[in-house]
Ligand binder design. Structure first.
Ligand SMILES: *Cc1c(COP(=O)(O)O)cnc(C)c1O
Length: 402
């Protein structure tokens, strides 16, 4: 048994069924949060008050403790808005106006990052690998050799649109071997998948409140090298998204520059405490891995097939091919699953029909067993005898090397 699996077994996490008949959200955020997290929002905080500033400081400290940075090289800057706002803030603040960004995309979030680079007027080199093929280290090396003017590489850690866990370690090695800088969108992975700064170097990374830390939506955060934060002065195209300015003000006054999502921060602090009690990144990751394994094993027994081979499956969200059986209609499957208390997620592949099931949020293996039971009953109700995918889907998958 791995250390993280042991840890998860030792720590008992209390998973409560959502109250008020709410369904479980098997989605990659917003996700099902604990009652304590929701309860933390029942109080109002003054954004200028010292009590709230102390909460912001505590939150930043707790987030930094998850990075594995023992030398104090990193700092944490929260940014109002959803995760995409933080991605835009990171690109706009750390890439100088004459910089050039290489984005390897293998899904919607990679494409969105590339669009952001163009939107804010930085030079872009875009390599689209399709729906899910991972960018490999040697490909990054080749692309950087081909274009010495590339200053930054932007990598997506877990590409949530397929659920693939991209090889950031390999990418980071290739980027720094070529003397360039790495920015990471670790939105859906941070807090559950190891991204140890001392093993995997980056200049900056982003995540948000409503993913693996299990808070509610309302802000994202940038974690960056202090040197880069200093150097970011004057880069940003936007006043409200200027990470340097937010950082400098926060360090000086303890406050956010514009109205902070106070209730969301209070909920997030509660979520961070629960994350620590569960055993931090290792404990949280182990629960999600167990969720994935139980759910994937059960779905495979029903005949469903995953888009990705095991080596690329993240513990965040899993893509399944829709069954070939003509009785299977996704919208009907969705509604029937919802009626049984589980909200699943549509697929995002362009070539074959698919759907996704998330493994993150306040859920454990018992919940995941019930998800599989619900899927089994739903197939019966729909008259689908066999959940196997069409040949075209399997051919598509065969292209992805083990
Ligand atoms: C969730 C997510 C984002 C941000 O999405 P928002 O809808 O803006 O919160 C960005 N990148 C990845 C990989 C994500 O999973």
């Amino acid at each position: 048994m791995s250390d993280s699996a042991k840890l998860a077994n030792e720590v008992e996490i209390k998973i409560e069924a959502p109250r008020l008949g709410e369904p479980f959200l098997l989605t990659p955020g917003p996700l099902t949060t604990s009652y304590d997290v929701k309860k933390a929002m029942l109080r109002d905080w003054g954004s200028w008050d010292a009590d709230f500033s102390a909460m912001t400081a505590d939150m930043r400290k707790r987030l930094l403790a998850l990075t594995g940075d023992t030398k104090g090289e990193l700092d944490c800057v929260p940014i109002q808005g959803s995760g995409t706002f933080a991605v835009e803030a990171m690109i706009g603040s750390f890439v100088p106006k004459d910089g050039k960004v290489l984005v390897f995309a293998n899904g919607a979030y990679g494409k969105c990052a590339a669009e952001t680079v163009e939107y804010i007027g930085r030079d872009l080199v875009f390599i689209d690998k399709g729906d899910y093929f991972p960018p490999r280290g040697d490909e990054v090396t080749a692309a950087l050799e081909a274009d010495p003017s590339i200053t930054h590489v932007l990598a997506i850690h877990c590409e949530t649109s397929s659920g693939i866990l991209n090889p950031v370690e390999e990418i980071s090695e290739a980027v720094y071997a070529a003397g360039r800088k790495l920015l990471v969108d670790s939105m859906s992975a941070f807090g559950a998948v190891k991204l140890n700064y001392e093993e995997i170097r980056y200049e900056a990374m982003v995540s948000s409140a409503n993913k693996c830390i299990e808070g509610v939506p309302g802000f994202g955060f940038v974690i960056a090298r202090k040197e880069e934060l200093e150097a970011a002065k004057g880069n940003c195209h936007s006043l409200s998204m200027d990470v340097h300015a937010q950082w400098a003000t926060m360090n000086k006054t303890g406050q956010w520059r514009f109205t902070p999502p106070t209730h969301v921060v209070a909920a997030f602090l509660e979520a961070l405490k629960a994350h620590e009690l569960e055993g931090g990144v290792a404990g949280r990751g182990a629960r999600y891995e167990k969720n994935r394994d139980v759910m994937v094993d059960g779905m495979r027994e029903l005949g469903f097939e995953t888009l990705l081979r095991d080596r690329w499956l993240s513990p965040i969200i899993v893509t399944f091919f829709c069954p070939a059986d003509t009785n299977f209609v996704f919208s009907k499957f969705y509604d029937l699953m919802k009626g049984k208390g589980f909200i699943i997620y549509p697929g995002k592949l362009t070539v074959v029909d698919s759907f996704r099931v998330g493994c993150i949020g306040q859920m454990d293996e018992h919940v995941m067993r019930n998800v599989v039971m619900a899927a089994k009953e739903t197939l019966l109700e729909m008259g689908v005898a066999d959940a196997s995918p069409p040949e075209t889907a399997l051919k598509e998958r065969a292209k992805l090397a083990a």
